[in-house]
Write a protein that binds this ligand. Structure first.
Ligand code: TRP
Length: 334
């Protein structure tokens, strides 16, 4: 039996993924699909915890779905769907809310951060966000959840609430573990190379987005911060050059020694151009596939519908069990 991996991503913007996400994770999803049973979804209900423009949210949910397909998620092998199309999520979230304590939810650092960022809209959804995330995960009996540092506390909460429920009513939910990818190169900001590349960086030149066009990519690499030396070598203290070497090494499949040899005697300018071109070339197929998919509405709609149907069937099994456990009367058969 393959282990089940599940992850959700909020539909925030067309460039939902960065080069960092790509090199660290998405690039390996093809292989992961063989090794694991994968489920991915667009977490649009979570996005509602912050005020959204309705038309934009709708458009971005579709873009995000297409982009996941363009990155190689194969709907024949993996489950791919939009959270709000599967009613079980909201329903299990309600049940889990009743097993979540105000004290533990108050300790969530994301809640504290977002409450201070959006002081004019500290809504109940923001507070119970972790219960919805727990529902997402537990409905599919996921073994592994790939999460970044910012979501680790929510995964811990998921484990706590699932364990509490299982202890009260008997085995209902699988307790999920965090998934730490085997080999995932870490990509740093192009402007402050001691910091991780992040899509929320205010300096647009710090981050390469998957759908950036080639000219923009070249520009960002040309402006990449390096150091005042001249040598292209991987060495402690040369964060900028190290980062460019990492990116180039992964995408061109070269070791640091090979890169050092290739660029011996050459300047930083040449090297930055080479890295920029390599990145632009590597992302070209994703951009092309995205453009093709976003224009093929019929195909996208078919995948969205099929994904929702499969997800409904799988999640209903767990939801039904949980409903019975807590004593909700079953609907009589007609
Ligand atoms: N909260 C996650 C984020 O903002 C997205 C998410 C929602 C998620 N449900 C999930 C991630 C379930 C993993 C599993 O990044």
């Amino acid at each position: 039996m393959k282990k089940r991996i599940l992850s959700g991503i909020q539909p925030s913007g067309e460039g939902i993924f960065t080069l960092g996400n790509y090199i660290g994770a998405i690039r390996n999803w093809d292989i992961m699909q063989e090794e694991y049973e994968c489920a991915y979804f667009i977490a649009d209900l979570h996005s509602l915890t912050v005020r959204q423009d309705p038309a934009t949210l709708k458009k971005q949910s579709l873009s995000a779905f297409a982009l996941l397909l363009a990155c190689g998620i194969d709907p024949e092998k993996s489950l791919l769907f939009i959270q709000s199309h599967v009613e079980s999520h909201a329903e299990l979230a309600w049940i889990l809310n009743c097993y979540s304590q105000i004290g533990e939810l108050s300790r969530m650092t994301q809640f504290k951060d977002k409450s201070s960022q959006h002081a004019d809209n500290i809504n109940a959804g923001l507070f119970t966000y972790p219960a919805l995330m727990a529902a997402d995960i537990l409905l599919y009996q996921a073994d592994l959840v790939p999460v970044g540092a910012d979501q680790k506390q929510h995964l811990e909460f998921t484990r706590d609430v699932a364990t509490r429920f299982n202890n009260l009513y008997g085995e209902t939910f699988k307790i999920p573990d965090a998934y730490i990818p085997k080999a995932g190169a870490k990509v740093m900001s192009l402007q402050e190379p001691a910091k991780k590349m992040s899509k929320s960086d205010e300096n647009k030149n710090a981050t390469v987005l998957l759908l950036d066009d080639p000219a923009v990519i070249m520009n960002k690499f040309k402006r990449a911060v390096t150091d005042s030396e001249k040598e292209i070598v991987f060495r402690k203290g040369k964060d900028g050059i190290n980062n460019l070497m990492t990116i180039y090494g992964v995408l061109a499949d070269k070791t640091n020694e090979e890169i050092e040899k290739e660029f011996a005697g050459k300047g930083y300018g040449d090297f930055k151009t080479a890295v920029g071109e390599t990145v632009a070339d590597a992302l070209a197929p994703v951009r092309a596939e995205y453009a093709r998919l976003i224009a093929d509405k019929a195909y996208l709609e078919k995948q969205i519908l099929e994904g929702a149907q499969k997800a409904r069937a799988i999640s209903w099994k767990t939801l039904r069990k949980a409903r019975k456990r807590v004593g909700l009367l079953e609907l009589p058969r007609s």
